[in-house]
Design a protein around this ligand. Structure first.
Ligand code: APR
Ligand code: ZN
Ligand code: ZN
Length: 361
């Protein structure tokens, strides 16, 4: 028995999103149907709508979500109906070389739901990042569900499913920020601010926020930045060096995804420091560096995939820390909206007015 719910689809390249009736099959082996409670609006949803990810329209948008498991298919033992869960992008295989070496974020043998959700006329939907949660319910692999404390606000929990985890994870997992470290974060949108919050959580002594927009720098201070640099008016590399005794930061996190900011991150680190690249560039972007500088600077250059997170380890931990008041994930929720407001939320995101709009059901 399938069921019908309302969901937000992107019908075709650059066409406005709209609410449609979605047909959800009963969960098959290893699958779960989740009743969505909240789902954040992320840049990646906009990229899907613009055709920037692939052209497998129509998409069922939404992927930063939390909800309650409604039903599970055969063989599912980790979650059961009634569990409050955060959804993650991919159920990893657990057996490939990446998984066995403890880096499942590099697993490419992923097992998302096999059955398809469809429109009423049978058209198959492509769920954004294998989730599709701007909907009353969605079908996922049970391995995409991580149980967390049900007392947490669903809007806050959902954000851990993508951008906020990517930022916090860039600091604590990829960057391994430690107590007393100096950290610089270039680009203070949702991801950069989450990196700042992660650095504070990890005990960084100095957190230098860099952006070209003073409004963003003000918000960055509330997330834990101890110093701010507007890189339109001040050379950020010079500023970061001078704020760190001439050395550069122990960890520099790039959260923009542009050649000039990659270059700033490269030069702003301490000789033994770490650069964490979490901003996603486009395929044509190039970076030219003198080899002597590549050779001459030690430390490391790392990219961060999904905050190098282990959902089953990191989601419950961050929810618990939030519940204890040790990190304020509520600060990332700028507004809560309905399913019908996603198109306007894209516009506000584009104007830089919000950290996160969150659809609450
Ligand atoms: N120098 C410094 N900051 C910049 C620059 C620049 N040259 N250009 C843009 N910014 C700032 C913007 O002002 C904004 O505050 O970078 C921030 C980007 O934030 P958002 O657009 O909100 O993006 P966000 O969701 O934080 O994602 C940032 O991380 O995961 C990736 O795909 C994501 O590449 C994107 C990046
Ligand atoms: Zn996202
Ligand atoms: Zn694997």
């Amino acid at each position: 028995m399938s069921q019908q719910v309302q969901g937000v689809i992107a019908p075709g390249k650059n066409e406005p999103v709209r609410i449609e009736t979605i047909v959800i099959p009963d969960p098959g082996p290893g699958e779960a149907v989740v009743k969505i409670q909240a789902c954040g609006v992320c840049h990646t949803d906009l990229h899907y709508k613009q055709g920037g990810i692939n052209d497998e329209f129509p998409f069922l948008l939404g992927h930063e979500a939390s909800g309650v498991v409604e039903s599970v298919g055969e063989g599912v033992t980790d979650v059961e109906p009634g569990d409050f869960v955060i959804l993650n992008w991919r159920a990893v295989c657990g057996q490939c070389r990446a998984c066995l070496r403890g880096r499942p974020w590099y697993c490419f043998d992923t097992h998302n739901a096999k059955q398809k959700m469809t429109l009423l006329d049978g058209t198959e939907l492509s769920p954004a990042l294998g989730i599709g949660a701007f909907a009353e319910k969605t079908l996922v692999a049970a391995g995409q569900c991580t149980k967390v404390d049900p007392e947490v606000s669903p809007a806050v929990a959902g954000l851990l499913g993508c951008g906020v985890m990517a930022g916090i994870g860039a600091a604590i997992n990829t960057g391994q920020v430690g107590r007393g470290d100096s950290v610089a974060v270039i680009g203070c949108g949702g991801v950069g601010d989450a990196a700042i919050a992660g650095a504070r959580l990890a005990g960084a002594a100095k957190i230098i926020a860099v952006d070209i927009d003073d409004r963003k720098l003000e918000t960055a201070k509330t997330m834990g930045a101890t110093h701010t640099v507007n890189s339109r008016s001040t050379d950020p590399v010079e500023a970061i060096r001078s704020l760190t005794g001439g050395n550069g930061a122990d960890v520099v996190i790039e959260a923009v995804g542009r050649p000039e900011t990659y270059k700033q991150a490269f030069y702003a680190r301490d000789l033994a420091g770490t650069v964490v690249l979490v901003g996603v560039p486009t395929p044509e972007m190039q970076l030219e560096l003198p080899l002597i500088d590549v050779f001459g600077r030690g430390g490391s250059l790392k990219s961060s995939w999904y905050g190098d997170c282990l959902p089953s380890r990191d989601f419950p931990m961050l929810v618990d820390l939030h519940q204890q008041g040790r990190i304020d994930l509520g600060a990332f929720v700028t507004e809560t909206i309905g399913l019908g407001d996603v198109e306007q939320a894209f516009a506000r995101m584009h104007d830089g007015d919000v950290l996160r709009s969150v659809v609450v059901l």
